[in-house]
Design a protein around this ligand. Sequence first.
Ligand code: ZN
Length: 201
Amino acid sequence: MSFKIDALDRLVEHLSRLPGLGEKTAQRLAFHILKTKDEAISQLSQALVDVKAQVHDCPVCFNYTDRELCAVCDDANRDGHLLCVVEDAGDILRIEAAMSFKGRYHVLQGVLSPLDGVGPDQIRLVELLNRVENEGVREVVLALDADLEGDATSLYLTKTLKGRVGDIKVTRIAHGVPIGGNLEYVDHRTLSRALENRVEL
Ligand code: ZN
């Protein structure tokens, strides 16, 4: 649907391309922007320009940073023997919020998905193998989603890592039953994964 007002239609079109925003939400946002004070909109548009100009991938782990290295790679107190592999940089925030992991990270920038044309060359796999070989990594912790792509990628990484570095330990975080979760309401995949990853008490 078009307002026949070029600038407004253009804004709705751009907003509706953002993930999670349908056309209706994009229209609501566009109206909100029209009602917002000029100063706040200038700040918003400057923030968009700044984030693209100043934020880039960390050349070591592919986390986001506005410095030469990201905050984790730049932290000498991190355990370099332990490397946690995640799909995207947002996952690092979630794991860091749990405050229990003291190793380093590697962002794959995707997971294997043959149907979408994402193969090993489209994710940061070569960089991962190089790091494991050159940084004295002893354990790789795979923290990928427990869905089809996450499972396939974890399997592929395990085989490739063990093929390349003989004595490397590869683990995967347990995707288990939430604390207090009633097993009756847990789906089968989650439950079987929780059982597979059971720990001895
Ligand atoms: Zn980094």
